[in-house]
Design a protein around this ligand. Structure first.
Ligand SMILES: NC(=O)c1ccc[n+]([C@@H]2O[C@H](COP(=O)([O-])OP(=O)(O)OC[C@H]3O[C@@H](n4cnc5c(N)ncnc54)[C@H](O)[C@@H]3O)[C@@H](O)[C@H]2O)c1
Length: 254
């Protein structure tokens, strides 16, 4: 991918799943990386696993807490001497029928997936504007931001919100040469999905792959990392204010 070597990249939620695969991909492209995550031990383990590939630092914290976000972004700027790319990836999900969602559960999903996305994006954007050399912000949405999967009303609403947050940021930040886009992965094999499907009866994963995904399989975290790398690269220099769907054809089904 063109233009990623030497880039200073912050990846929120970079300690597991898609984010960890993305940290690996950016390091392989010659970028310098700070990865975040909720759990200190998981962050330390990811840094230890990736450090042979290049310069990688870790910072733990909760993206829904403003003080933690300030520590994350200030720490990344200090560790890398500035920032060029934000992969705004941290998020959480669980299944819950609409009729049973409690206000507390609604608030937690919104706090992590939408408020957290906003807080990290705003802190990084303020830094990029002050730095004056443009940049890239990539926000993690989902196919669930484009269609209403049953039992995920809070998650779907949060990811739909990420898409309009992305478009509005693109409108306001383009004049600062900051490109902003979103990713919409479909069903990807990660620890998050493994824990959701572990609670379901029968062979949920293979019937889901057969019935919902034209390519007949779940996606890999590396296949989403490739989307992040493309959107951050110079090959995507005129891609702005939109979303990239990576779903094996799931949304093409009528
Ligand atoms: N797995 C999928 O099928 C899929 C599909 C579409 C979108 N997504 C999105 O991709 C992103 C990554 O998901 P994943 O499947 O790799 O999950 P994962 O559970 O493997 O990784 C989630 C990452 O986010 C971090 N995180 C979670 N809550 C946090 C918080 N409050 N503060 C800071 N960090 C926090 C975790 O520490 C971890 O690093 C999420 O935003 C998710 O909604 C996943």
């Amino acid at each position: 991918m063109r233009g990623l070597a030497g880039k200073r990249v912050l990846i929120s939620g970079g300690s597991s799943g898609i984010g960890a695969a993305t940290a690996r991909r950016f390091l392989e492209e010659g970028a310098r990386v700070v990865l975040g995550g909720l759990d200190q031990a998981e962050v330390d383990a990811a840094v230890a696993e990736l450090s042979a590939l290049g310069e990688v630092h870790g910072l733990a914290g909760d993206v829904s807490a403003q003080a933690d976000v300030e520590r994350l972004v200030d720490g990344a700027v200090e560790a890398l001497g500035g920032l060029d790319v934000l992969v705004n990836n941290a998020g959480t999900a669980w299944r819950e029928p609409f009729l049973e969602i409690t206000p507390d559960h609604w608030d937690r999903i919104m706090a992590v997936n939408l408020r957290g996305m906003f807080l990290v994006a705003q802190a990084v954007a303020r830094h990029l504007v002050a730095q004056g050399s443009g940049g890239v912000i990539l926000n993690m949405s989902s196919t669930n931001g484009l269609g209403g999967e049953a039992d995920y009303a809070h998650y779907n609403a949060s990811k739909g919100g990420v898409l309009l947050l992305t478009k509005t940021m693109a409108v306001e930040l383009g004049k600062h040469r900051i490109r902003v886009n979103a990713l919409c992965p479909g069903y990807i094999q990660t620890p998050l999905n493994a824990s959701i499907s572990a609670g379901l009866e029968g062979d949920f994963v293979s019937s889901y792959e057969r019935d919902h995904i034209p390519l007949g399989r779940a996606g890999l975290a590396e296949e989403v990392a490739a989307g992040y790398a493309f959107l951050a690269s110079d090959d995507a220099a005129f891609v702005h204010g939109t979303e990239l769907v990576i779903d094996g054809g799931q949304l093409a089904i009528m």
